[in-house]
Design a protein around this ligand. Structure first.
Ligand SMILES: NC(=O)c1ccc[n+]([C@@H]2O[C@H](COP(=O)([O-])OP(=O)(O)OC[C@H]3O[C@@H](n4cnc5c(N)ncnc54)[C@H](O)[C@@H]3O)[C@@H](O)[C@H]2O)c1
Ligand SMILES: [Zn+2]
Ligand SMILES: [Zn+2]
Length: 381
């Protein structure tokens, strides 16, 4: 079938909205009519080059990162299923998870489906079922898709491993943003940091991801939730999501945390800025209490491999520095659970999407992310 999608043809280029050819779903695959897609910062790392593999490495590993259809925060209605698909049927409402869950690998079977071994092939951009493309340009060239999904298009074909049936009465545009941003942020605080009642939690960077870490920390009963954000209005917005204090820089936060905890410092710190910055690690660790934990959710440029770390304090203060993918959540369990919390009025999703755009206006949507206009921008088809 013919449909439209936003393609990135190379590093540094704009997203190009074009007519594409989409094949029917093959074995284990699902054709979905998407309601829209959240504009997560992660897709921009490919455009800016943060996640662009150097040409010689790409050639040696036979990696082709472009052209790629972006988008990994979508939801919609099932139109058609390929042979062997059992968990969804045409007409079902589904959320898409940016990590697949095969259910068969050791990671899935140890309850960590966010680390599913099939995720290792995410960067290849092909269908995880048979490593071929269903999406093709108007000229017939194979197109890769972001996170096995490619939600920057009106229709997509995705593997059943990434497709999660949800209740019909959940608005699909709410389900879309739970497919990455909400679950990643909330899980960064709840699972990866393990925020407990009475904790002091600091969230550095309160965009689409960090704002959900704020609400996750508040939901777990943290006494102090400090939102660290450079954009003024987002600091105020963070209070709506449960922040008790705000700071305009990490330096300001270090000072504030010392004061409000009378020197005990923060139990948990989540770093969720747009582009990971090695210089944030030392101050984040320095405001972390004995036995406390810093969670690194932000994505770094591939070339960023060095960090300054006080190893003496790491040992004797028994501090932890950990990374997290998808907020260490289990998408098939947590996405429906978070949507149930939304339905019960206990999770804020309505306040999260601050602007909607047409697919054709995707570049304006990302411009707005950079100029601080949005918590989460949303493409509505
Ligand atoms: N680990 C994962 O599984 C995962 C999943 C999704 C996204 N991510 C990553 O999480 C990060 C956040 O994504 P997002 O979509 O929320 O991005 P975003 O651009 O919407 O939000 C980032 C926020 O950080 C703020 N900020 C930037 N530098 C800051 C600083 N030094 N101090 C305080 N605030 C600062 C910005 O003003 C912005 O509000 C990105 O790096 C993204 O790629 C990781
Ligand atoms: Zn994302
Ligand atoms: Zn698996």
């Amino acid at each position: 079938m013919k449909t439209r999608a936003a393609i990135l043809w190379g590093q540094g280029q704009d997203w190009s909205v074009e007519e594409i050819e989409l094949d029917p779903p093959k074995t284990g695959e699902v054709l979905i009519k998407l309601v829209g897609s959240g504009l997560c910062h992660s897709d921009e790392h490919l455009r800016t080059g943060d996640l662009t593999v150097p040409a010689d490495v790409a050639q040696a590993l036979s990696i082709h990162q472009y052209p790629v259809i972006g988008g990994h925060e979508g939801a919609g209605e099932v139109v058609e299923v390929g042979p062997g698909v059992t968990s969804v049927k045409p007409g079902d409402h589904v959320a898409l998870s940016f990590m697949p869950a095969c259910g068969k690998c050791p990671s899935c079977n140890s309850g960590r489906t966010n680390l599913c071994d099939v995720g290792a092939f995410l960067g290849l951009g092909m269908q995880p079922t048979d490593f071929t493309a269903r999406h093709h340009s108007g000229a017939g060239q194979d197109l890769q898709i972001s996170c096995f999904l490619g939600t920057f298009g009106e229709y997509t074909v995705a593997s059943e491993m990434s497709v999660i049936k949800i209740d019909d009465d959940i608005p699909l545009e709410k389900a879309a943003v739970v497919g990455c941003g909400v679950t990643t942020g909330w899980g960064s605080a709840v699972y990866a940091a393990g925020v407990k009642a009475g904790d002091t939690a600091v969230i550095v960077g309160t965009g689409g991801i960090g704002m959900n870490a704020v609400q996750g920390a508040a939901m777990m009963g943290a006494e102090n939730v400090i939102a660290v954000e450079t954009v003024d209005w987002k600091r105020e917005k963070a209070r709506e999501f449960g922040a008790t204090h705000t700071a305009a820089s990490i330096e300001e936060a270090v000072q504030l945390v010392g004061e409000i905890t009378r020197g005990r410092l923060a139990d948990k710190v989540v770093i969720s800025v747009g582009v990971a910055d090695a210089d944030l690690i030392a101050p984040a660790m320095s405001m972390t209490a004995k036995g406390g934990r810093v969670v690194h959710t932000a994505v770094a440029p591939l070339a960023q491999t060095e960090v300054k770390l006080d190893l003496t304090e790491l040992t004797f203060w028994q501090r932890e520095l950990v990374g997290t993918v998808f907020g260490s959540a289990n998408p098939r369990y947590d996405i429906p659970r978070l949507l149930a919390l939304y339905k019960a009025g206990k999770l804020k999703l309505d306040e999260l999407v601050t602007n909607e755009y047409k697919l054709d206006d995707i570049n304006r949507g990302y411009d707005d992310m950079y100029n601080g206009t949005n918590i989460r921008g949303f493409l509505r088809y």
